[in-house]
Design a protein. Structure first.
Lengths: 589, 282
């Protein structure tokens, strides 16, 4: 039942009602006069659509290219997959049998073009009698069908009928250009000539599949539906082995996969995963999938499992740490414990297992960045492979150059060039990953490309606004201790965002003598400071922390309370009015 | 060797019963624990002397606690662990946290290169436990650190077994949300091999009047609350550049030890000569 202009119309009906003379579009009062005891229910197009999409997904067992067609059909591209079922007829029989089991009335047609299949399924096929013309017979099969079968809009159909053209066959002898002139007014999609060409395959009509199309698929079907987790786990192992063998042949490793469980009742459950590095280790992949098996409800049983790879990357065969077989005795393979940027071979599978459970975003590395703002000087970079420059504002050219120079995590930052002029002895060479990051940052700088030219030492445009407590020429032990020779000590814990405190102080420039943090009062016994850290003016206020944004200047103090705990406090804003706000930003060990 | 032989040969009659029992336990411990993964000496004679085998057992679970207000954040404990990790062999370290408040430059100051860390952030204790255990089974890791609040005894035992099997050392940094949780959990027994408590101490007063207001070198009170096969003890540890007089009972963890393989134990023995402040018998 659907409502249209205040009238209630019949949207769809069952065969019994059709036999009684009812038809879609008939107003309800008329229908009730035909069949007084008519049972009706409101139409729910959204639910219908969802159900159709689900069914289309279920049809994924026949081919990866499936999609719902309008409101009442499903199209499946079976080119290349029919032979897996023993031919088209066998495939259709299988679909039909399974749909019947789900009590879904259906009509099936197979043809070499979408247009012909559409027409045959809706106007030639019958329940239990699928339309399966051979390619040569398709033209003849279309001929007796009504012109509606060409997917034309009602106006065009009306027009054709008015001139006496009722069947598709009657259009065959008509000159194409005349047809196009006469019945092409309602847009290309409704042009009779266009639709005819589509039906005959003279015009291509690609099928845009439901969702993403996988690059590789392996399928496993069961004669008897399985539901036991142990059986499912065994099936996963087999699927994964098949896939791994295929990936190994192609020299690829999977990055993003999905495992579909096609249930007897036509529903499809999925396990999706991403890996930190391309992998084709069957044991590892099987572990990842079985770890998530508990999230799958097999219902009354699973009759098909399809493992699909959506993203794959090149994986060199010599990466033997993924191999299920240990290297032969005498062959020593030195695993780099933290190869690349720390996503090392030995721990890659660990990262995958962790990422599988918590999401790859939950796993990160600490990376140093060249910034005076403490929360920007050391950031968390997720290991999921993408080097996002989005979270870190791009530094100005001068700072960028520095960034490239001193990115080595252990290397202490060289003393910053005060007022331009580089120090030629400082180039340690640039690590590969750092280079990539720097290059990606480079693209974001619109002008002033002087620093881009390789090797050129661009004059530094960075102004140093913080007084330098120490300068270069420190002995190594000091470097290790302080990490960075030009910076005062930094805390081991840093709160993001900084936590506000209530502080009492005597003189505007003084550190507080008492402060309250987390409802606990601390009396300050000693204090070091201030260390003034000013906003990096070249960076637009990206508001990493709304509370701290707008603090153009922060004066940091290292304070020790009576117990000996050490805090990193700062006063936001310059002393004076408005009254300064105090924060605790970190804790020293 | 049968049990009766142990009794006859190793325990003469004159040994008092409690002592005999303890020795027997020790013996059983040795039998039960065939795989030893070695120890990590602190490089400080005063501490190493107290620890069985002269150092922190590798391939074992160690608990590190904060004290008072620091039980929430474990800042001192974090610095202590960073110092220990710096002395372990190089390699990746898994650090499981509930909220990411570790700060790279600060860790570097304690000798730990933050580039070695793989940090996994998980919301709940159960997740952290799971992550630690996964880490302890992953070849290639050097150590796993878990910042964890609730630690059921069985879970701790599982971790200990996993650590023994793989030889990866686990440090459980106990971090409690509030004082109630701390009070509930603090006294619970655990399966860890050692339990430490690290407290920040006020810096020593400096004689120099000009420096009096300034912060001196940080000092910790390091308490060994429990140690399998050892006795509880505590020390005052000062890190920094200031020479520490022997008589005050301070030990100095020299920054030169940072991030290099464990040095032979008896370096600069004279300066490090220090007795534990007090010893309780366990």
């Amino acid at each position: 039942m659907t409502a249209s202009g205040g009238r209630r119309l019949i949207a769809a009906l069952n065969p019994a009602a059709a036999k009684a003379g009812l038809a879609p579009g008939m107003p309800l009062p008329d229908a009730l006069s035909f069949v007084p005891g008519l049972v009706t229910a409101p139409a729910d197009p959204a639910a219908d659509r969802a159900a159709l999409t689900r069914l289309a997904e279920w049809c994924g067992r026949y081919s990866p290219w499936t999609a719902p067609d309008e409101t009442d059909g499903i199209k499946i591209e079976i080119t290349g997959s029919a032979h897996l079922w023993g031919g088209e007829a066998a495939l259709v029989a299988d679909i039909s049998r399974r749909l019947l089991r789900q009590q879904i009335a259906h009509r099936i047609a197979v043809a070499s073009t979408l247009g012909t299949a559409w027409a045959l399924a809706r106007h030639a096929a019958d329940a239990g009698a699928p339309a399966l013309p051979t390619p040569q017979d398709e033209r003849a099969a279309l001929a007796p069908l009504p012109v509606e079968a060409l997917r034309l809009d009602p106006d065009t159909v009306q027009g054709l009928r008015r001139v006496g053209l009722r069947h598709i066959g009657e259009l065959y002898p008509m000159p194409r250009d005349a047809l196009a002139r006469r019945f092409g007014a309602n847009g290309l999609e409704n042009s009779v000539a266009y639709r005819l060409d589509q039906a005959f395959g003279d015009l291509p009509e690609p099928l845009s599949p439901l969702g993403e199309t996988p690059s590789r698929r392996v399928r496993l079907s069961f004669a008897e539906p399985i539901a036991d987790p142990a059986d499912l786990a065994r099936a996963i192992e087999r699927l994964v082995e098949d896939l791994a063998a295929r990936l190994a042949r192609e020299g690829m490793g999977a990055r993003r996969l999905a495992l579909g469980f096609h249930r007897v009742d036509g529903r499809v459950e999925h396990i999706r995963l991403g890996t930190a590095r391309p992998t084709r280790d069957p044991r590892h992949l099987a572990k990842l999938f079985t770890a998530k098996l508990a999230t799958v409800d097999p219902g009354l049983g699973v009759e098909d499992m399809i493992l699909a790879v959506f993203a794959a990357e090149k994986l060199e065969p010599e990466q033997t740490e993924f191999s299920p077989h240990p290297p032969a005795a005498g062959v020593t393979i030195l695993p780099s414990p933290l190869a690349g940027e720390g996503r090392g071979g030995g721990i890659a599978s660990l990262l995958d297992r962790l990422g599988n459970r918590f999401g790859l975003d939950a796993i990160s590395h600490i990376e140093p960045r060249q910034s005076h703002i403490p929360e920007r000087a050391s950031i968390y970079v997720p290991v999921n492979g993408k080097k996002d420059a989005a979270s870190t504002p791009s530094p100005p050219p001068g700072a960028l150059r520095k960034n490239r120079l001193c990115r080595g995590p252990q290397k202490a930052a060289p003393p910053p060039p005060c007022g331009g002029g580089g120090d030629p002895g400082l180039d340690p060479g640039e690590p590969e990953g750092a280079g990539a990051a720097a290059r990606s940052a480079l693209r974001r700088i619109p002008s002033d490309s002087s620093c881009v030219s390789s090797g050129s030492r661009a004059p530094s445009t960075m102004l140093r606004m913080v007084p330098l407590p120490r300068s270069a020429g420190e002995e190594p032990s000091r470097r290790v201790k302080d990490g960075s020779p030009d910076k005062p000590p930094r805390p081991v814990r840093l709160f993001r965002p900084p936590e506000p405190i209530e502080a009492q102080w005597v003189l505007p420039d003084d550190p507080p003598f008492r402060f309250t943090w987390r409802r606990r009062q601390h009396r300050v016994r000693h204090a070091d400071g201030p260390e003034r850290i000013a906003e990096e003016w070249w960076i637009e206020d990206s508001a990493a922390d709304p509370r701290a944004s707008g603090d153009r200047v922060r004066d940091y103090y290292r304070v020790e309370d009576e117990e000996g705990r050490r805090f990193w406090l700062y006063r936001a804003g310059l002393p004076g009015d408005p009254p300064p706000r105090w924060f605790v930003h970190g804790l020293f060990a | 060797m049968s049990f009766s032989q142990v009794m006859r040969h190793d325990f003469p009659e004159e040994v008092p019963r409690p002592g005999r029992l303890a020795a027997l336990r020790e013996r059983i411990r040795h039998i039960e624990q065939p795989a030893s993964h070695g120890v990590l000496p602190f490089g400080v004679a005063a501490i190493d002397r107290v620890l069985p085998d002269g150092g922190l057992a590798l391939g074992a679970v160690h608990e590190i606690l904060g004290i008072d207000g620091d039980e929430e954040d474990g800042a001192a404990a974090c610095g202590f662990i960073a110092g220990l990790l710096a002395r372990l062999r190089m390699g990746p370290v898994l650090w499981c946290v509930k909220r990411p408040d570790l700060y790279g430059p600060g860790l570097l100051a304690h000798g730990l290169d933050p580039a070695r860390l793989v940090i996994v952030t998980a919301p709940r204790d159960e997740d952290i436990l799971w992550a630690i255990e996964e880490g302890l089974r992953a070849p290639g890791l050097v150590a796993v650190i878990g910042e964890i609040g609730r630690l059921p005894l069985v879970a701790g035992r599982r971790l200990q077994l996993a650590a023994e099997r793989s030889g990866i050392t686990a440090f459980l940094l106990r971090r409690w949300r509030n004082s109630e949780e701390a009070a509930r959990e603090r006294e619970r027994p655990s399966a860890a091999v050692t339990r430490w408590r690290i407290a920040a101490l006020p810096a020593r007063e400096v004689d120099d009047l000009r420096l009096r207001q300034l912060i001196g070198q940080p000092r910790w009170r390091v308490e060994l609350l429990r140690c399998r096969g050892g006795v509880p003890a505590q020390w005052v540890v000062e890190s920094g550049d200031v020479e520490v007089a022997d008589a005050t009972g301070h030990v100095r963890l020299s920054p030169e030890l940072a991030d290099r393989p464990a040095a032979p134990v008896d370096r600069k023995e004279g300066r490090l000569a220090a007795e534990p402040l007090q010893r309780r018998t366990g």
